[in-house]
Design a protein around this ligand. Structure first.
Ligand SMILES: [Zn+2]
Length: 584
């Protein structure tokens, strides 16, 4: 790989405006000098992310996420620094020669490589003489060669040692083979976990293969799948099936459809519906909803039509609502999943269902009505209580009003009574979200030394004058992570003879902890201007700290000293140190 100079990296960064780039991912509104948007890096619905055109940086005042255009894209798209450089250079129209770059090395490199080998093996098999009946099975289900190729569908062979032998020949360690979830060590030795199955690769959000779903195809019991166990690279709760393939389409169409299974995704894709991702049948996680939020706020949940699917729909909608997305819901008749539905009724009818998706509260009305006899007043009361509870989570006033109107009609209760109930509820049981936030913003009590360090760093990040003063007068901070940050700021300044925060971020991109510390400092509510007196105060406080800890050390020493003369010497030293503080 060609290593780029700092100057080249800065040129790439300067070829774009961070405001344009960030606003291609999330909507920004101008307020004063800066632009604001809803932060994609934590669950929020308030615009706490500030983007500065002047400084070319972004900062979230809630979670502390901060950085320049590179770190934004790296975190948002989960790209490596090199991949990001390429992307930004592309946007800015700068030509760079990064050669044949590979993503940065990963500690699970071997596991990814095992999957690369397995994938070539499985894909090849399906096109050999052994693949005949598997291919027939797929073609019968409307797969064509193009889809088989695009989704990487392959075949594991009847001989259950083939892949293992191949991998061992390629010098992978047996520990890694076991860890990959593709090989098992049983009474017969090392063997393939998958044999004689159609292999559907499961990918992480960047498109790398990290697992398989192996499907029986040659007997009646054809619903049987085996999914790879969770491994260090395959964590169901962190990935969404088809994310890498669907993300552009979702952004283009400003809509994403979430389904449960990978077969639903492929069936949709075959029929031209390509803005679809799947949860892989597990309860949706915070990480997954944040990924979805990055695509678009317009979400349709289209899970399986059975009761389990309805429960999963409810859970998924509430996770989405928690991050500020009000989803729409599609429920399929006859307990069908999207795959069955399209096969049975055709894609036109499916598309019609999508167009007629119901709002989330209408879904909840149906959900909570299910198995209840609303002519019974007790059951009506508990139904109303459930709905009011769900309404508390909703921000959309119109949707709230509409729903209140509906339950007023259903129950015969006056809408103002229901509204009062809702307000009352809001008071007694605070929203989950508000409760969470209060915990987050509870100010930590910090001592004056820490505060001085923080304040000094705040201005070091703003002015090279302060960096120089720090160098001359302090050059050492008591708190390790602040000391580390001050050191890096200094180093950057000495190397480059200037200090610019946006360039500094390029310099520390691979140090997450350091970026976090910068975020923490940036979040401080300090004024832009400073006086040298204030800076002196901070410096003196930090010096006091050093003196005090030195005094403490000497006191301990004196305490342990048996020689009277030595004791006196130490006492003298302590006195001198203390005088030093007072005269400063
Ligand atoms: Zn944030």
């Amino acid at each position: 790989m060609n290593k780029l100079s700092n100057e080249e990296i800065n040129n790439i960064r300067n070829s774009v405006n961070i405001v344009d780039v960030v606003s291609s991912y999330i909507p920004l509104t101008k307020r004063g000098k800066n632009y604001f948007g809803v932060c994609p890096f934590h669950d929020d619905r308030n615009p706490s992310l500030s983007v500065s055109s002047e400084k070319q940086i972004y900062t979230c005042f809630s979670c502390g996420a901060t950085g320049n255009v590179f770190t934004f894209i790296m975190d948002y798209e989960h790209l490596s620094f090199i991949e990001t450089l390429k992307k930004v250079a592309d946007i800015g129209g700068v030509s760079v020669n990064l050669g044949n770059v590979k993503s940065t090395s990963n500690k699970y490199q071997e596991l990814y490589q095992i999957y690369e080998v397995a994938q070539l093996f499985y894909q090849n098999n399906i096109n050999t003489e052994f693949g005949g009946s598997a291919k027939e099975y797929l073609l019968k289900r409307d797969f064509n060669d193009e889809v088989i190729k695009e989704f990487g569908v392959g075949l594991s062979l009847k001989d259950n040692e083939m892949l293992t032998k191949l991998l061992i020949k390629k010098k992978f360690s047996v520990e890694d083979l076991i860890k990959s979830g593709l090989v098992v060590n049983n009474n017969y030795g090392y063997q393939d976990i998958y044999y004689d199955r159609i292999m559907f690769p499961l990918t992480d959000i960047s498109g790398k293969i990290v697992g398989y779903s192996g499907r029986i195809y040659n007997n009646e019991d054809n619903s049987k799948y085996i999914n790879t166990k969770e491994t260090p690279i395959f964590k169901k709760g962190e990935l969404l099936y088809n994310y890498h393939r669907a993300k552009d389409e979702c952004r283009k169409l400003k809509k994403v459809i979430i389904v449960e299974g990978f077969m639903d995704v492929i069936r949709c894709h075959i029929n031209g519906v390509k803005n679809v991702v799947a949860t892989m049948g597990t309860a949706i996680t915070k990480q997954q909803v944040l990924l979805i939020k990055k695509l678009t706020p317009n979400v349709i949940i289209c899970f399986d039509g059975d009761d389990a699917g309805a429960r999963a729909t409810l859970a998924c909608s509430n996770e989405l609502i928690n991050v500020g997305i009000t989803p729409q819901i599609v429920r399929l008749e006859n307990n069908m999943d999207p795959d069955d539905y399209i096969k049975g009724y055709g894609v036109n009818r499916f598309n019609h269902k999508l167009e007629k998706a119901m709002n989330v509260m209408d879904f909840k009305l149906l959900y909570f009505k299910n198995n209840r006899n609303l002519s019974n007043s007790d059951e009506m009361a508990s139904y109303l209580s459930d709905i009011l509870k769900e309404l508390e989570l909703i921000d959309d006033d119109i949707l709230k009003e509409l729903t209140l109107k509906k339950i007023s009609d259903e129950s015969g209760l006056d809408i103002t009574v229901l509204k009062q109930q809702l307000e009352q509820k809001g008071k007694t049981t605070p929203k989950i979200l508000i409760a969470k936030k209060e915990v987050k913003i509870k100010p930590k009590v910090i001592d004056k030394y820490t505060m001085a360090e923080q304040n000094l760093l705040y201005y070091m990040l703003k002015s090279k004058e302060i960096i120089a003063i720090y160098n001359k007068k302090v050059s050492f901070m008591p708190t390790t992570r602040y000391r580390h940050l001050a050191h890096e700021i200094n180093y950057f300044y000495k190397e480059n003879k200037y200090f610019d925060l946006a360039d500094f971020f390029s310099f520390i991109t691979d140090n997450e902890d350091l970026i976090k510390t910068v975020g923490e400092i940036q979040k401080l509510d300090l004024k832009d201007e400073y006086t040298l007196d204030e800076i002196d105060d901070y410096i003196n406080t930090i010096r006091d700290y050093h003196v005090n800890s030195e005094c403490k050390r000497l006191m301990d020493k004196m305490h342990n000293e048996s020689d009277v003369m030595e004791k006196a010497k130490i006492a003298e030293k302590i006195k001198e140190l203390k005088v030093g503080i007072n005269n400063d």
